[in-house]
Write a protein that binds this ligand. Structure first.
Ligand SMILES: Cc1ncc(COP(=O)(O)O)c(C=O)c1O
Length: 444
């Protein structure tokens, strides 16, 4: 790799100078957490910001600096940090016991709310993460169809259990460390937004394929599935006796009934997480009543599915409150705000005359430092990650906290002042990237 340009060195030095308390905490962390890290997606060089507190749209780091949040814990904090109604719901529930070790009415209430919003979900079960949700949905599909294999998309992210750890990037790769060839043998890899290739695979392997799992918008890249792709998948899976699982862990926020509602697609199963827990750990999966009956404990041979915190009262209370403040009007308003922001960011790109584009839908978007169009994860691979990292540091140095891969999220509590702050910092950081790029381009 080329040596760092003066622009890159300058941003790195500024970051180091602004964050000594994070540096000290990172040094301590390295002694007890491998690489100082406990969550791969939050790690970056030279070290991540250590945050002391979140309030509305703002984070305060260990050096008492304030940053505008544009990530909101990877989309899960729909109403920002410490949203007063959610704080109150958690406080009230904690005083009555966080979890009781048996059923509670709040589980039923949240399940009813989810079903009312997402009609394909006739029955559902709660768990504690999106990872568990996709694991449960896949297990249901295998148990119901009595077939072993699944198909996921190259570049699709469904959490960190073994079957979905394969082909998390669109780049051809070896088996990830710790994953056995036996697991990989039951995972087929389709092409996102590539119906021909994927449908051919489904038809060819129909006898051993239990399910296709797909995000209606790839979270890694904020790349929206085309309607033709999703409709085609729905048709070919139905034709082949294969279940369709829509992973709406991230995209549930994009429509009252998730993106499946917006697109008019009825999957067999859906996985949820993130916003439905109101900021507490959560997951859920559900769908056709006959498929979900595989979990019915009163039936002989049902799937065992336990979890110490499944459906715990505190998460249920927080989730109910989050969704109560997210009716159809709120969803539409948030999506409109996101669409306006995305247009502003793309205008800033046009002014810099950079090969770049911000993709996405409604309140979710991602910057790709490569020439548009970017509609597949394969196209997104052309982005220059070196400058994506620079963008991330340059934003941090301008009081904006962003994801390392430049996924941006709009929370309901962001007002015009916050959006202006972000758009201004984005334009400045983009100018930094443009300067660094010019410094590394060969002179013709
Ligand atoms: C689409 C999708 N599925 C599943 C997951 C896993 O969720 P969790 O991190 O809660 O395990 C994620 C997390 O980002 C996701 O984006």
């Amino acid at each position: 790799m080329d040596a760092a340009t003066p622009v890159e060195q300058q941003e790195r030095e500024t970051y180091l100078a602004r964050t000594p308390a994070s540096a000290a905490l990172f040094a301590r962390a390295r002694d007890v957490l491998p690489g100082g890290d406990t969550r791969t997606g939050t790690f970056h060089a030279p070290y991540p910001l250590f945050v002391a507190e979140g309030d509305g749209c703002w984070l305060t780091d260990a050096d008492s600096r304030r940053y505008l949040d544009t990530l909101y814990n990877f989309t899960s904090l729909l109403h920002g940090h410490a949203f007063p109604p959610i704080v109150e719901a958690i406080r009230a529930q904690a005083a009555r016991g966080t979890v009781h070790g048996t059923a509670n009415a709040l589980q039923v209430e949240l399940a009813e709310v989810l079903r009312a919003r997402v009609p394909s979900v006739e029955r559902l079960r709660f768990c504690n993460s999106g990872t568990e949700a996709t694991l449960g949905a896949i297990r249901a599909a295998r148990a119901f169809t009595k077939k072993p294999a699944i198909l996921k998309m190259a570049g699709g992210y469904h959490g960190s259990h073994d079957a979905v750890a394969i082909a998390m990037s669109a780049a051809p790769s070896d088996l990830p460390p710790g994953i056995t060839p036996g697991v990989a043998a039951d995972v087929l890899i389709g092409g996102f937004n590539d119906l021909d290739r994927t449908a051919t695979l489904i038809r060819r392997h129909r006898d051993r394929l239990a399910a296709v799992i797909v995000e209606p918008m790839l979270g890694s890249g904020a790349l929206v599935a085309s309607r033709a792709f999703l409709e085609g998948l729905r048709a070919v899976t139905a034709e082949c006796g294969v279940l369709l699982i829509l992973d709406e862990v991230i995209t549930f926020r994009l429509g009252v009934g998730g993106l499946q509602g917006a697109f008019g697609i009825r999957p067999d199963l859906t996985s949820f997480g993130k916003i439905m827990g109101g900021g507490l750990p959560v997951g859920a999966f559900g769908g056709r009543a006959d498929v979900m009956a595989t979990f019915d404990p009163s039936r002989a041979g049902s799937i065992g599915h336990s979890g110490t915190y499944n459906g715990n009262a505190t998460t249920m209370a927080a989730g109910l409150t989050a969704l109560a403040h997210f009716d159809a009007a709120a969803v539409a308003a948030l999506n409109a705000t996101g669409d306006r922001l995305r247009a502003r960011l793309n205008d800033a790109i046009a002014r810099e005359d950079l090969d770049a584009v911000v993709t996405g839908y409604g309140s979710l978007m991602q910057l790709h430092l490569t020439a548009p169009p970017v509609t597949t994860p394969e196209a997104a691979l052309a982005a220059d990650l070196r400058f994506v990292k620079l963008m991330h540091l340059a934003l941090a140095n301008r009081d904006v906290f962003s994801s390392t891969r430049q996924l941006y999220v709009v929370a309901t509590v962001m007002g015009e002042a916050e959006l202006d702050h972000f758009a201004g910092a984005f334009a400045e950081a983009l100018a930094v990237v443009a300067r660094a790029r010019r410094a590394t381009s060969p002179v013709l």
